[in-house]
Structure formats: structure tokens, C-alpha cells
Design a protein around this ligand. Structure first.
Ligand SMILES: [Zn+2]
Length: 97
């Protein structure tokens, strides 16, 4: 499997580290419902088909990526920056901005 990093281009999956489900959102710390926090930490789906995942380009630019991958075919339909560069390709290192 190859992942097309927006910074580095196509790279083998060995350069990346899986970061988990990209759809999980941490509950607000003001939320006192412990079930919500337990679900955030421990409960995961095992999706079949397209799934949004986080991948860390640990062997390259070290950016976090949001990857949409089909869990049946491993086909990757989209890759975008996650974290502080999310949705703003012009701010990426090497973009000339
Ligand atoms: Zn990269």
C-alpha cells in the first residue's frame, strides 16, 4: 500500500504509523458523563468499506494525515493534512507561502 503524502508525494506504508480512527472526537473536558470518556478511549468500530483514518508520516515529513481508505480493498480515495495544516495547503512547508 502506498500513501500519497501532500508534502512528500507517494510513499510506501512502511514510512507511516497508523494513528487510529479519524472520526473520533474527544468529549469536552467539562462533560462529566464518564461513559462518554470511556467510549472515546476504548470503543471503536470495525468498519467495512471507506473509513477515515489518521496516519503519521513518521519516516518523512512527520505530518499527520487524514486518509480515507477502503478497509476491504485498501484503496485510498483521499489524503489531506490533519492538525494545524488541515484544509490549508498553502501553509504547508514547501508550498512557497
Ligand atoms: Zn510526508
Amino acid at each position: 500500500m502506498r500513501i500519497h503524502c501532500p508534502c512528500c508525494g507517494p510513499r510506501g506504508v512502511a514510512e507511516f504509523s497508523y494513528g487510529g480512527d479519524g472520526t473520533i472526537r474527544r468529549p469536552d473536558l467539562a462533560v462529566t458523563d464518564t461513559d462518554a470518556h470511556v467510549a472515546y478511549v476504548y470503543e471503536r468500530e470495525n468498519p467495512r468499506g471507506p473509513h477515515v483514518e489518521l496516519w503519521h508520516h513518521i519516516g518523512g515529513c512527520r505530518h499527520w494525515l487524514r486518509v480515507t481508505r477502503d478497509t476491504l480493498t485498501h484503496e485510498i480515495s483521499s489524503v489531506e493534512m490533519a492538525g494545524r495544516f488541515a484544509g490549508d495547503a498553502a501553509r504547508m512547508p514547501g508550498a512557497g507561502a
